[in-house]
Design a protein around this ligand. Structure first.
Ligand SMILES: Cc1cc2nc3c(=O)[nH]c(=O)nc-3n(C[C@H](O)[C@H](O)[C@H](O)COP(=O)(O)O)c2cc1C
Length: 162
């Protein structure tokens, strides 16, 4: 391994060790987003919390906060919006993630805008296909799969190096 690569990896390691990262998520349909949330949490050595267990004041001690859920009716879960609405203005670095039947950029808009409205800086967005089932129709069977979770880890590593 060359010095450049060693220094890059060491820098990521150092940030993982020193940064306080909180991941807040809501997942209920197929627990798809929970899988992604866990992959990101392990990669970042973060704290993982279900949104219903988080109070606005819990966010204050963290350097970076991730908000994720499935996409329901074209946006993230309402519980994430309610939490963000109850936050004070705060200049935090944040990122968002989701799983959905059709991972589309427009689904991120509402949560992004809410967070920006609170003064947050969006460092990244991760979208991932998630198995979705209604009666007989099942979409994205088996997703998130191993490759999706690897993509989530790569995304998380990228955040640590920004
Ligand atoms: C009530 C409901 C509404 C949904 N709406 C959408 C939607 O608007 N667009 C989409 O691409 N997927 C939609 N889906 C599929 C979910 O986003 C997908 O299955 C997601 O991975 C679920 O995440 P979870 O298992 O973490 O709850 C919907 C699923 C449910 C149950």
């Amino acid at each position: 391994m060359g010095w450049t690569r060693f220094n890059y990896l060491y820098e990521i390691y150092r940030r993982v060790e020193t940064m306080n990262v909180l991941i807040i998520y809501k997942s209920y349909h197929r627990m798809n987003t929970e899988k992604v949330a866990k992959a990101i949490t392990e990669t970042m050595n973060a704290t993982l919390r279900k949104v219903e267990d988080v109070k606005p004041e819990d966010l204050s001690g963290y350097d970076l906060i991730g908000f994720g859920s499935g996409i329901y009716g074209g946006k993230h879960h309402q519980a994430l919006f309610t939490l963000v609405e109850n936050l004070p203005q705060m200049e935090k670095n944040v990122f968002i993630f989701s799983t959905s039947g059709s991972p589309m950029e427009k689904y991120d808009q509402a949560l992004n805008e809410k967070l920006i409205g609170k003064g947050c800086r969006i460092l990244g967005v991760f979208r991932c296909p998630g198995e979705a089932g209604w009666w007989i129709a099942v979409k994205n069977k088996g997703h998130p799969d191993d490759q999706d979770l690897e993509n989530a880890r790569v995304f998380a590593k990228g955040l640590m190096s920004t």
